[in-house]
Design a protein around this ligand. Structure first.
Ligand SMILES: [Zn+2]
Length: 205
């Protein structure tokens, strides 16, 4: 692609780094940004800068947050002894949309996946085990996607905490294998949280 402007070329190159955006789409978006009032593009770039500079991760549950503790962790109406274990922040959003979980979350930041070089120590597992060790947690709900990596991760955590006084359950029922939580419809996902089954019995299936 030949550009008559180095400035335009730089912008197109940066935009085309986004997932699913090729050079042609990047050019179309760049020209759109040029055509609209400058103020709109300034607002967009400020929003992106503010996000990358100021966004935090909750020090307790690792959800994205504007403060040290997220709005869910600081909400006095949530049950702080029931913790739903999820892979990433998109799963928190998907489960919050169902309004079926009144407890807190723990965001692992991924799943154990030896193929991708992701081991237990790359995830927020130690802080979860520490929460259970305090004796404050009554129930852990495993809500990882029911893939081999999800099952491996559930089982790894289960082994770390099974000797403590904590109930473990899984939402696996109702969500078919291979579905990612964020794509499951709200009713199915909500029902699978309410109809969760003890984790031990999911191992025998
Ligand atoms: Zn939090």
């Amino acid at each position: 692609m030949e550009f008559s402007s180095k400035l335009l070329e730089n912008a197109v190159n940066e935009i085309s780094q986004l997932p699913g955006i090729g050079k042609r789409t990047a050019l179309r978006l760049a020209l759109h940004l040029l055509r609209q009032p400058k103020e709109h593009t300034h607002n967009l770039s400020h929003a992106l800068l503010n996000m990358v500079n100021d966004l935090k991760f909750c020090t307790s549950c690792h959800n994205i947050s504007d403060n040290d503790l997220c709005d869910i962790c600081t909400n006095p109406l949530r049950k702080d002894d029931v913790i739903c274990v999820v892979e990433d922040v998109r799963d928190v959003m998907a489960i919050e949309n169902t309004a079926s979980h009144k407890g807190l979350y723990h965001v692992l930041g991924g799943k154990i996946s030896p193929m991708d070089g992701i081991g237990p120590h790359d995830l927020n597992i130690t802080s979860l085990v520490q929460k259970v060790q305090t004796g404050q947690v009554k129930e852990l709900i495993f809500a990882l996607s029911p893939t081999m990596e999800g099952d491996t991760t559930n089982f790894y955590i289960y082994k770390q905490i099974k000797d403590f006084e904590v109930q473990t359950s899984t939402i696996a029922k109702g969500i078919s294998v291979g579905d990612e939580l964020e794509y499951a419809d709200e009713i199915t996902l909500g029902r699978s949280i309410l109809n969760r089954i003890p984790f031990e019995s999911s191992l025998k299936l």
